[in-house]
Design a protein around this ligand. Structure first.
Ligand SMILES: [Zn+2]
Length: 471
């Protein structure tokens, strides 16, 4: 008899807008001075009223359109009542009966709903002064996505979370950095021997893809062992301890009833389908290229699928490459592929050494260098030599190559002169080659490259060398 796990995910993502969800405060929960971005509304002073942030709603509707969900015609905000030090109103404004988006699908996983709510403040217990609360995050727009319980293993959950992060970034909905808490994953996990779902345990605080994987695997094993030993699984909320790699009991799970949801009387009801900025054609119009389209586009440029995933997994790298694509002339896909090869190798190493990101690359000059390489105006040795200077100073590689006499020598007569001189200088090696020692040719070619300081076209040089040696 085997147990099968069933997993549903709940993901919260901080929505990237200028201001908070219901007030004009700056939406900058990370890196600001504590409590710098607060006002009477997000501090819940009596008599203050919330005003809905249209940009936040637009982004959630755009997300809903991108995942093929159905957009609500009518929607409203509800109060979710609970008392906690980080929730100054003693309720959170969320959505209950009428989420903005229902259904949809992402990475093969069916979605239940997507709604919008406000984030809580942040309690800190490690400042040496008891517990303190930072309200910069209070009222930041937070998108909540709930999947159907259709996932059965940790790897599928991780794949889904990665694709969601990419989708959020591509759409500009959220930066979705998990380490910063911009995207937070919770997993509802149950184990059962038949088609009926077992008792559900919710695991919170999953702040990395690795934590998602490890916590789900741990929880499946824990629940399976309990059931195998004849003990029942308790319905509860558990946390994930990154140090011990174990989940632990936080509290018994609340149900919706505990929250006493009711429509927020301070916020007008919304007719989504009749409000011009929210109509489907407007949303479609402003939706950028989606991840699968981007994959297809890169594939058509001849980029390997592993390289495509590397680019997509790094937002700065993707945006940098997109900038290059803007300036690569159409029909020059080989240049795009060559640009990627250098981005993923030499450029990656150089940037980390110089404390730069992919977005700091001087794209025009970088592309010029790659084009010169593709056009054989310079060789790969020279390209690698010029690259650090081009990246850090934005210098024009053509000017550098000309000034330093590094342009590739592809004049056969000039190369023949060099080759003849090398052959005369290395009589012993030449004799070795003629006696059948193939490696001798590599040595002689190396000498030609050295003599020309890497500017010789290596293919041409080799053929001239072979021709001269056989006479
Ligand atoms: Zn405020």
């Amino acid at each position: 008899m085997t147990y099968r796990a069933t997993i549903g995910l709940e993901v919260h993502a901080e929505v990237k807008t200028k201001s908070k969800m219901f007030c004009g405060c700056q939406n900058a929960p990370h890196g600001s001075q504590p409590n710098a971005n607060t006002c009477p509304v997000c501090l819940a002073h009596p008599g203050t009223l919330p005003v809905v942030n249209e940009a936040a709603v637009t982004k959630v509707l755009q997300f809903g359109t991108a995942v093929g969900g159905s957009i609500a015609t009518f929607s409203e905000f509800d109060r979710k009542n609970y008392f906690y030090p980080d929730i100054p109103k003693a309720y959170q404004i969320s959505q209950y009966a009428y989420p903005f988006v229902s259904g949809g699908e992402l990475a093969g996983v069916a979605l239940t709903r997507v709604h919008l709510e406000e984030d809580t403040a942040r309690s800190q217990h490690d400042q040496g002064v008891g517990s303190v609360v930072d309200f910069n995050r209070a009222g930041v727009p937070l998108m909540e996505l709930v999947t159907e319980p259709v996932i059965h293993d940790a790897d599928t959950a991780v794949t889904f979370a990665k694709e969601l992060q990419l989708m959020l970034r591509v759409l500009g909905v959220s930066e979705a950095n998990m380490e910063q808490g911009e995207m937070r994953v919770e997993a509802n996990i149950s184990v059962s021997m038949n088609d009926e779902l077992g008792t559900k345990v919710e695991v919170k605080n999953l702040n990395s893809f690795r934590a998602v994987k490890e916590a789900i695997d741990y929880e499946i094993t824990r629940q399976t062992r309990l059931l195998e030993s004849g003990t029942s699984v308790r319905q509860e909320t558990r946390g994930w301890d990154e140090t011990t790699k174990k989940t632990f009991t936080q509290r018994s799970k609340e149900t919706a009833k505990d929250y006493r949801y009711f429509p927020d009387p301070d916020i007008p009801k919304m007719r989504i389908d009749t409000y011009a900025p929210f109509v489907k054609s407007r949303l479609d119009e402003s939706t950028p290229e989606l991840p699968n389209k981007i994959r297809e586009k890169y594939q058509n440029l001849g980029i390997k699928s592993t390289d495509i995933e590397t680019i997509l997994a790094d937002d700065k790298l993707r945006l940098s490459f997109e900038q290059l694509l803007q300036i690569i002339p159409t029909g020059q896909s080989s240049i795009a592929a060559l640009a990627v090869n250098y981005l993923l190798s030499d450029v990656t190493i150089l940037l980390s050494g110089q404390n730069m990101t992919f977005l700091d690359i001087p794209h025009v000059q970088y592309l010029k260098l790659i084009t010169m390489l593709a056009d054989k105006k310079i060789g790969s040795r020279v390209a690698k030599d010029l690259l650090p200077e081009v990246l850090s100073t934005g210098a024009d590689p053509e000017v550098l190559a000309r000034e330093r006499n590094l342009l590739q020598e592809s004049d056969p007569e000039a190369l023949r002169t060099v080759v003849i001189a090398i052959i005369q200088e290395h009589a012993v090696v030449v004799a070795d080659y003629r006696a059948g020692k193939e490696a001798a040719l590599k040595f002689l070619l190396g000498q030609v490259m050295k003599q020309t300081r890497g500017t010789a076209d290596p293919v041409l040089a080799e053929s001239i060398l072979q021709a001269e040696l056989s006479t």
